[in-house]
Design a protein around this ligand. Structure first.
Ligand SMILES: Nc1nc2c(ncn2[C@@H]2O[C@H](COP(=O)(O)OP(=O)(O)OP(=O)(O)O)[C@@H](O)[C@H]2O)c(=O)[nH]1
Ligand SMILES: [K+]
Ligand SMILES: [Mg+2]
Length: 385
């Protein structure tokens, strides 16, 4: 029996099994088996064996956003409207046959938008293009699940399922579980919270089914069985996702209102160019990009050429400065201040207004270390002592 058939058999058995306390353990072992087969399907032993490799498009810019959807929902139309790249759009399915990158330029950031072929149900299981599309999604920093607002909302669940099958977890945090493989010493299982969605017996049986007889596990969150398997498999991608409903020009206000109110959703019309600016704004937010300005001593900040970083970034310096022994990084930032001064020697002049959010207390330059988290609109100066 091939892997695809085995997967099908397990899925059928899971569908037949009623979900309750008594079957929790059995379902847990089935899930573990299923995940193992899926992993085999994704990463075959031979490289040429239809592996789940994505399209070979160079990553560029500050972040990558991938467009995932069924055929003819308007993915290519969106790319052509938001970037300078034209991607062929037409009223027939599978117009786009490969990955087409474009660039969204926004607030000084360059965001790569990747138009992809439409996928069909079962794309993650099949060979060829469908798998290639969902595998490419794994390389993105944000996924746009694009849908036709005139069609049933069932599309959303089906698309989520396809991404889930290749190990992409949407809008979820990595489970708070520490897992360490060891060579001896047996299993050390430490559960610091009350588990309501799985139990210790299930956890232990899953470890056994993965032949993990020596390891250290610390569970610090009320996880599900699936989430525990994700931790063991280790190759899951936790990505933010926006659900984009296109073609709102063709639905009623009532329907529009309902779609707009669902979580993580944005409603647009590519054809009528409705809400596209808002979509780009939301993309920016979801990516958590921050823009910082640089400033040389004795000069005003360079506001024309910001540097884009991901939220949570610290300042990294390279080249000749990095080799200096002592470094002081100074963030000139003050929220909501109309005009502020830098107290640095050589900087005795008013600086720009309203810039910076990092510094809460001082209207002046703040000296911080390299590990300081930069925030949007900070001004950064780097000094060597
Ligand atoms: N009514 C309406 N039609 C749209 C809108 N956006 C795109 N379309 C139409 O939808 C059809 C499909 O558009 P494409 O951009 O080719 O869709 P796609 O998702 O790239 O399709 P594939 O590449 O085949 O997967 C075209 O006929 C577009 O003109 C919209 O906002 N409203
Ligand atoms: K099309
Ligand atoms: Mg297309």
């Amino acid at each position: 029996m091939g892997i695809v058939e085995k997967i099908k058999e397990i899925e059928e058995e899971m569908a037949r099994t009623q979900k309750n306390k008594a079957t929790e353990y059995h379902l847990g072992t089935l899930k573990a088996k299923l995940a193992k087969y899926r992993a085999q399907l994704l990463e075959p032993a031979t490289k040429s064996g239809g592996a789940g490799t994505g399209f070979d498009v160079q990553k560029s810019g500050d972040a990558r956003v991938a467009l995932i959807g069924f055929p003819s929902v308007g993915k290519s139309t969106l790319l052509s409207k938001c970037t300078h790249t034209q991607s062929e759009a037409a009223a027939y399915e599978f117009t786009t046959l490969t990955a087409i990158p474009g660039v969204i330029e926004y607030k000084g950031a360059r965001i790569q938008l990747l138009d992809l072929p439409g996928i069909v149900e079962g794309a993650s299981q099949g060979r060829g293009r469908g798998r290639q599309v969902v595998s490419t999604a794994k390389t993105a920093d944000l996924i746009l699940i694009m849908m036709d607002a005139t069609k049933s909302d069932e599309q959303r669940r089906l698309l989520e399922h396809e991404l889930d099958a290749v190990g992409i977890r949407l809008n979820k945090q990595k489970p708070d579980v520490v897992f360490k493989r060891k060579t001896t010493g047996g299993i050390t299982l430490n559960i610091t919270v009350r588990l309501t969605k799985t139990d210790e017996k299930t956890i232990r049986s899953i470890l056994a089914s993965y032949k993990l007889h020596n390891c250290e596990v610390m569970i610090r969150e009320d996880i599900t069985t699936d989430e525990f398997i994700d931790v063991l498999i280790g190759t899951r991608k936790y990505l933010p996702c926006l659900y984009v409903y296109n073609k709102i020009d063709a639905i009623s206000m009532e329907q529009l209102d309902k779609l707009a109110r669902t979580d993580h959703s944005v409603v647009i019309s590519c054809e009528m160019e409705l809400n596209l600016d808002y979509l780009i704004d939301r993309i920016w937010d979801e990516l958590g990009l921050v823009k910082v300005y640089t400033k040389k001593r004795g000069a005003h900040p360079d506001l024309d050429d910001p540097i884009c970083l991901r939220k949570g970034a610290t300042v990294e310096v390279g080249g000749s400065i990095a080799s200096h022994r002592v470094l002081v990084v100074i963030f000139l930032a003050y929220p909501g201040c109309l005009q502020w001064y830098s107290s640095l020697p050589g900087d005795q002049f008013p600086l720009c207004t309203g810039l910076g959010k990092s510094s809460k207390f001082s209207p002046h330059a703040q000296k911080v270390g390299l590990n300081h988290l930069v925030q949007d609109e900070d001004v950064v100066s780097i000094f060597t002592k």
